[in-house]
Design a binder for this molecule. Structure first.
Ligand code: ATP
Ligand code: MG
Length: 393
């Protein structure tokens, strides 16, 4: 019985897991989860792509490392595999929680863990009556949000199941709030209602913290996080062109992240999360935003060669050579003086404000090869594979 990597498309993370499995001597099987027919009938189960029968691979698999990228497909994949009697990382129960930012926040809030002020209104921006007449709820929803979050503070409207900063919108005026609520049409990334948050007073970065548990072992939180930074937008997603730095985590933040992991993973033998967190920086230690912006501009220039390698298509034909080039270029960037200066500002600001941190999301299938691994030195493929192995016992 073995571990299988389930994937939609083989991207760098999947290639990285494959390379790491080879290095660790782990026999990893591969299960496509897109153009494959998964069939159940009284004759039993079969799995076939157009050219290949995967039924035997499924039968020989005891643990599934679920790397389906779309949240919906990932949830379906874990549930399907569990019904076939397999262990999954993460389980469908964990995927169900992480699928929704609101469900994640509810769990953390209930366990007294720090989260941003969040308001949920279950009705959609507009809907239809039985007689097909359209009714508009935008004004009422705006009023409900404003009653709980003053507009002056900033109201962030969020697609509950979104990623990459998509449909995360800031409103500071009534007009913006109205327009942003109107934009939240029910969709796969915002299945129901409207979620709003008070704009959290973070500085120019947020954090991505890796926390995980192998079966039968203590929870581990890696003490270096990925900081995603930039001043252009309140959203600091790398997908929007922001750049990355290593951030050192104080012990109390590590302990909090462990509590978050244990809360979200409760009832499961093993799990892994990338927690998104923000620090309320009230003590900037005399660093001005203008001086930082100048350093960030320099760091952005130093980061250009890294972005160029990332876009280089040779990764598809010679992953190892491409990866070596990526690591070399990244090291040059990380050794630049602007990188080091900004990293020090981030480290100091976390240390000085370590009691004012909130967690706002838990990612159950984080991308790691191109950012987290290079920045922090943690190859997440190693815990992923070790956790999967721990589940075979
Ligand atoms: N309440 C908030 N106050 C201030 N900034 C926020 C708030 N919520 C989110 N952000 C910023 O917006 C960005 C995206 O938010 P979030 O992480 O919730 O969603 P996402 O982009 O869909 O997730 P992912 O990180 O998985 O791509 C983050 O950079 C975060 O710092
Ligand atoms: Mg996020």
């Amino acid at each position: 019985m073995s571990v299988a990597l389930l994937y939609e498309r083989s991207e760098n993370d999947e290639a990285g897991v494959k390379q790491t499995a080879q290095q660790l001597g782990i026999d990893l099987k591969f299960i496509p989860f897109r153009k494959i027919a998964l069939s159940i009938s009284k004759e039993g189960f079969s799995a076939k792509t157009i050219g290949k029968d995967y039924t035997e691979t499924f039968n020989q698999t005891s643990v599934v490392l679920n790397r389906a990228q779309s949240k919906n497909r990932r949830l379906q994949a874990s549930y399907f595999m569990e019904m076939l009697g397999k262990k999954t990382l993460n389980t469908s129960q964990v995927e169900f929680t992480c699928y929704s930012k609101l469900r994640t926040l509810l769990k953390l809030w209930k366990a007294n863990l720090p989260v941003p002020k969040t308001v949920f209104v279950p009705c959609d921006a507009s809907d239809f009556l039985k007689n097909h007449k359209e009714i508009h709820n935008e004004k009422d929803i705006a009023e409900l949000f404003q009653a709980d979050i003053p507009l002056n503070d900033g109201i962030v409207i969020k697609a509950d199941a979104g990623t990459h900063g998509k449909m995360i919108m800031l409103s500071k005026t009534r007009e913006e709030l109205f327009a942003n609520i109107t934009a939240t049409k029910p969709s796969i990334i915002n299945p129901i209602g409207v979620v709003a948050q008070k704009l959290f007073n973070k500085w120019f970065y947020d954090l991505r913290i890796i926390v995980y548990k192998e079966k039968g072992k203590q929870t581990i939180c890696y003490n270096k996080a990925l900081a995603r930074a930039g001043f252009k937008d309140f959203r600091t997603n790398t997908f929007l062109g922001n750049i990355v730095f290593e951030a050192k985590l104080p012990q109390n933040v590590v302990n909090l992240a462990i509590k978050c992991g244990n809360t979200l993973g409760e009832g499961n033998d093993a799990w892994i999360f990338a927690l998104d967190a923000m620090v309320n920086v009230t003590n900037k230690n005399h660093v001005t935003d203008d001086s930082l912006k100048a350093q960030l501009d320099l760091a952005t220039q130093a980061y250009l060669p890294v972005q160029k390698v990332k876009a280089d298509e040779t990764r598809l034909t010679d992953f190892t050579a491409w990866n070596n080039k990526l690591e070399q270029t990244f090291n040059t960037y990380a050794n630049s003086s602007s990188y080091q200066k900004i990293k020090n500002v981030i480290d100091e600001s976390i240390e000085n404000n370590k009691n004012s941190l909130v967690f706002h999301e838990a990612n159950s299938c984080p991308e790691f090869w191109e950012n987290t691994r290079l920045v922090t030195g943690l190859n997440v493929a190693i815990p992923l594979l070790k956790i999967a192995q721990s589940l075979t016992n």
